[in-house]
Design a protein. Structure first.
Length: 444
């Protein structure tokens, strides 16, 4: 009798509960145990494809993984708003042929083999494509188990996901009013920005435009006005709204490292919940220097793609919140490991969650947020009516918390007919240049 026939008989016997097959005269108990440990015929991946849609003008890419079980599929977020076409190509031309025919059950194995299938790895385009596949496999796993994904991760640590809102204004009073409106909606945590990133409206007379350097629409920012005004805005908001509201701020890496250190030290007295991205990832070495000078909580990581970028910051205890964008690091599989690493070093999560994460990605954030002990805070999304039509089952925001439904998997679907109504904009997408007065490019 061939091994494969014998294996099928054993498995058929297992399915039927037949002890005569399990303990047949030609099979030892040990052999039977070894054979029975093999999985049943695995669920196969039959197709992996990228679906693009832009209901709110933001270029969303979602990956749909179809399986050998009719009607069973999963969805994952592969949204990279600045390079969506490259991600779509990576999914359709590379991941699809790589994954077809492979088991949909072995998520870790598929992640590892797909990760190294390009040999060169850890870049944002391929990580996003990989994330689409990875999250979709978790979605499928949850559907197979009849459970929400957070249950597969160990169950709930909290009843809902606490969010922070984005407030801001052109001056301190407008910012105060904006914060107040979010507090009235139930938010406890509010990020404050003065006129957006870098307070560009405070800058005047960009000489580079008169000189014809760059393009006229390139943005201008002077670090000085921003650095002087931000502490005054914090002072005003604390004075008018008191201590209950938690205030956050994003430096967005736009100033020199020593300027950021001075700013964070000035802001410390207003007890920020965290100050985010004081340095660009290329200046990671400054976090140790910053830590020696202030106890202001620091968040970092939305631009990270590579484990080498976050490992030392976490194990050195130089940051308080890890803020990666889940699809940028390759999906839920690496993110749950990152969360576990951070927990051991007292670092909490604050996953990146702006509009350029698809609702599928927001749902994935929320499932992980619910399941990990070291959850810190979640950047609050906004879901328009159009987004909710395209993504049935979209999470909901109530009283400053994000709530998911209890459907199996991520509990969210994609209506492809609705999605097709919102094609990507003609503009393929890029981060607009920001320049100093003399035209020097500023890193975002
Ligand atoms: Mg940021």
């Amino acid at each position: 009798m061939s091994t494969s026939i014998r294996r099928r008989q054993v498995l058929a016997g297992l399915a039927a509960g037949s002890s005569s097959v399990l303990l047949g005269s030609h099979t030892s108990v040990a052999q039977t145990a070894a054979v029975a440990a093999l999985p049943t015929d695995p669920l196969r991946i039959t197709r992996v494809r990228a679906i693009a849609t832009a209901p709110d003008g933001i270029r969303l890419v979602v990956v749909k993984v179809e399986t050998s079980q009719p009607g069973l599929y999963g969805l994952g977020c592969a949204t990279f708003n600045q390079r969506p076409l490259a991600v779509i190509e990576a999914v359709n031309s590379y991941l699809d042929p790589f994954a077809r025919g492979r088991s949909a059950d072995n998520i870790e194995d598929l992640w590892q083999t797909a990760y190294t299938s390009s040999y060169w790895r850890n870049g944002p385009v391929l990580n996003n494509a990989l994330s689409g596949l990875d999250m979709a496999l978790w979605d499928i796993k949850g559907k197979r188990a009849g459970m929400p994904v957070y249950q597969l991760l160990g169950g709930r640590c909290r009843f809902a996901v606490d969010l922070y809102a984005h407030a801001g204004g052109r001056d301190a009073k407008e910012t105060e009013d904006s914060v107040r409106s979010f507090v009235e909606q139930g938010f406890r945590h509010v990020r404050i920005q003065l006129g957006g990133y870098g307070s560009a409206h405070l800058s005047q007379n960009p000489a580079f435009r008169d000189a014809g350097f760059g393009l006229p629409e390139d943005e201008h920012m002077d670090a000085g006005p921003y650095l002087r005004m931000m502490p005054r805005v914090f002072e005003h908001v604390r004075a008018t709204l008191g201590d209950e509201v938690e205030l956050l701020h994003d430096v967005h890496e736009r100033v020199e490292p020593i300027e950021a250190i001075r700013l964070v030290k000035e802001l410390e007295q207003y007890r920020p919940f965290f100050v985010e991205d004081p340095f660009a990832p290329e200046q990671n070495g400054y976090f140790k220097i910053l830590r020696q000078q202030t106890s202001c909580p620091i968040a970092m990581g939305e631009l990270f793609n590579n484990p080498h970028e976050w490992t030392d910051l976490i194990t050195g205890r130089y940051i308080d919140f890890i803020r990666v964008h889940l699809s940028q690091i390759g999906g839920l599989t690496p993110a749950r490991k990152l969360a576990a690493l951070a927990e051991h070093f007292g670092v909490r999560s604050a996953w990146h969650g702006p509009g350029d994460v698809s609702p599928v990605g927001h749902a994935c954030n929320a499932h992980l947020d619910l399941a990990i002990h070291n959850f810190g805070i979640q950047e609050g999304p906004r879901f328009s009516e159009r987004l909710r039509e395209v993504f049935p089952g979209c999470p909901e925001i109530r009283d400053g918390f994000l709530h998911i439904n209890e459907l199996p998997g991520f509990g969210i679907d994609l209506d492809e007919t609705q999605a097709a109504r919102y094609p990507l904009p003609e503009d393929p997408g890029f981060w607009k240049p920001v320049r100093r007065r003399d035209g020097t490019a500023v890193r975002p």
